[in-house]
Design a protein around this ligand. Structure first.
Ligand code: M6R
Length: 610
């Protein structure tokens, strides 16, 4: 949610900022801006719209300098226009501030500032920070630590969430602080960087420090000093990130989303890689948690990660016979969940920064639960707060619509189910071996599922003018239906609803007519016949059925107008192969409608505000 980049060193700062912001644009694209020190003054340029609008202005107005900060915005307070774009400055332009998050008490602070004669140019909560820092700064004696001290004093007065980046024309250092919203520092030789996410740093360095909640840092050419909010030095580990630059780029594909869809076989290999041990009828997950301690699991997640958790519920309940509740994280903390020390809370998240998931996890912890993160981003906030982490190893996911991370989450949840099932004695050795064998085949099966792209593109062409879509699936394919509908909504803006197939006749059936495409997940399973009946119910009312069926299923052809075949696998693993054509359907539809696939309207990749 909002991209931040800061640079101090010897390179052209504007180039570094723009390059970094390009890699972070998935975090927000309502406006963009930079502040660069040119000839002793901070020059600010900011524009509503995508980064390219700012890029065009910068072609004419060069900002040569070696020190600066930049931002791409996902609007919270104030419309996405030029004045509300970051950086925000003091009236004299000495101080520039970039802020990601929400300052909850900004209104009384702003009233105080107005009464003391400050003038505001934006409607944002963030601008109060620039004015407050100015007041504190001017009241302090001149010393090298003056800027950081001013920021520190301001942070005693504000509450809310922030990743804060401050520059002053008279100090060649960037002062940063974080609470809730992520910030990472990149370490170079004679140069240092700040960013809200690792991809911005990859062209320059892989040595990074992930700041923790309540950390501040002063970042200069010479080095980085990390302290707490009171100024006490704190030690933070320098982490070597293994994401390659190539992995964070499009690699010849027109969109990140398509690239990431095609990466899925490799991603799944990485997720499962080295962890499946058929010879021991088990998986090696390197977890310290004690499975005997728990008699129920609460899965908490948002969006696509929530649907992965829902698939996980079926897997864990089937293989490990532990009751699993799943909750949309934003609801969990407010429903006063029944939690005790025999509850394991499993937080699933690609970014590891989603605030709803983090807060739900904290709620479970407060109530005594053990905690496990199923996470992609190393060093992210959730990984620091859980007892244990199961990394999904999907690599950087840039497309706002999540695809490969979902795939990796499914792989991770399947392994977790096996591990729990073996530990609890509910999964027999022979069954475990067979299931692991099926898991091992998945990367190849996903590759086969991708071969359906041309056929899916043809179906997308047929239905891309539809105003609505319905997605149906039963049992472990219900979440697949929801994920398919979410993908279509997110990037094509077509209204799509999903239902467990058996629920259709309890209401949604009223929607069915000859204009409504209905995607039905009807892969092989013990419930196959029942789903087939649902298809017939749709057909009997004139609906247009697109069936996702197991290869070789001729029956599906008799009832559906269109059939997309996916490879045969264990019915509990069918979501892995079935989601692929649904991702492609959403992608092809969005492209046909001329949508911005990688930057769909109103969305941001990682949601760090509640
Ligand atoms: O980073 P997370 O996995 O915690 O993100 C959760 C959701 O915000 C995310 O899955 C969102 O729904 C995606 N846009 C789905 O494509």
């Amino acid at each position: 949610m909002c991209g931040i980049v800061g640079y101090v060193g010897f390179r052209n700062a504007t180039d570094v900022l723009m390059e970094g912001l390009k890699r972070l644009e998935y975090r927000g694209y309502d406006s963009a801006g930079v502040a660069v020190k040119v000839g002793g003054r901070l020059e600010v340029l900011k524009k509503a719209g995508k980064l390219s609008v700012l890029g065009d202005v910068l072609k004419d107005e060069k900002l040569p300098g070696h020190f600066g900060i930049g931002h791409t915005r996902w609007a919270t307070h104030g419309a996405p226009n030029d004045p509300n774009a970051h950086p925000h400055t003091t009236e004299d332009g000495r101080i520039a501030v970039i802020h990601n998050g929400i300052i909850e008490n900004y209104l009384p602070l702003k009233e105080g500032l107005l009464a003391r004669g400050h003038h505001f140019t934006s409607e944002t909560d963030s601008e109060v920070l620039a004015h407050l820092i100015e007041e504190k700064y001017d009241a302090l004696p001149g010393s090298p630590g003056r800027l950081v001290e001013a920021v520190r004093q301001v942070l005693q007065e504000v509450y809310g969430a922030y990743a804060l980046v401050v520059a002053h024309q008279d100090h060649e250092e960037i002062v940063v602080a974080r609470t809730v919203s992520p910030l990472v520092i990149g370490l170079g030789e004679g140069e240092n960087f700040v960013a809200s996410d690792v991809p911005a740093l990859l062209p320059y360095t892989r040595r990074v420090i992930f700041l923790h909640d309540g950390d501040m840092a002063v970042v200069s050419r010479a080095g980085v000093e990390v302290t707490d909010l009171r100024g006490n030095p704190v030690e933070r580990e320098v982490v070597e990130v293994d994401w390659s630059l190539e992995a964070a780029e499009k690699g010849g594909h027109p969109h990140y989303m398509l690239k990431e869809i095609y990466e899925q076989p490799r991603v799944l290999e990485n997720t499962l890689g080295g962890r499946l041990h058929e010879e021991h009828a088990n998986v090696e997950l390197d977890l310290n948690l004690d499975p005997a301690r728990y008699d129920r699991i609460h899965v908490i997640a948002c969006g696509t990660a929530y649907y992965a958790g829902w698939v996980g519920k079926y897997l864990i309940e089937s293989l490990a016979r532990i009751p699993v509740e799943i909750d949309v994280a934003s609801e969990y903390r407010y429903r006063d969940p029944v939690v005790d020390e025999r509850t394991l809370a499993v937080a699933i998240s690609q970014s590891g920064e989603t605030i709803d998931t983090l807060e739900a996890l904290r709620e479970a912890k407060r109530k005594g639960a053990g905690t496990l993160g199923v996470i992609n981003a190393k060093g992210s906030s959730i990984t620091r707060e859980v007892d244990d982490t199961l990394y999904i190893h999907a690599g950087p996911e840039i497309g706002v619509a999540s695809t490969k991370a979902y795939m990796a989450m499914l792989g991770a949840m399947a392994m977790l189910a096996v591990w729990l099932g073996r530990a609890r004695g509910t999964l027999a050795e022979a069954d475990a071996k067979e299931f692991l064998g099926e898991l091992r085949k998945l990367p190849r099966l996903v590759e086969q599922a991708l071969e359906q792209r041309a056929h899916v593109a043809h179906i997308a062409e047929k239905y891309h003018q539809a105003a609505d879509y319905l997605f149906l699936g039963r049992h472990i394919q219900a979440p697949t239906a929801y994920e398919g509908a979410l993908k279509l909504k997110e990037i094509s803006y077509i209204h799509a609803e999903a239902y467990p197939a058996g629920e259709m006749k309890h209401g949604p059936i009223a929607l069915i007519d000859e204009r409504l495409p209905v995607v039905v997940l009807t892969t092989d399973s013990p419930f196959y016949e029942k789903t087939l009946s649902n298809i017939q119910e749709v057909r009997a009312r004139g609906g247009r059925v697109i069936a996702v069926a197991t290869e070789g299923d001729l029956e599906a052809r008799r009832f559906a107008q269109d059939v997309i075949y996916v490879p045969r696998t264990h019915h509990l693993l069918a979501p892995v192969v079935s989601v692929v054509p649904l991702q492609l359907l959403a992608y092809e539809t969005a492209v046909l409608l001329g949508r911005d696939v990688d930057q769909p309207r109103n969305l941001a990749k990682s949601v760090t505000v509640e």
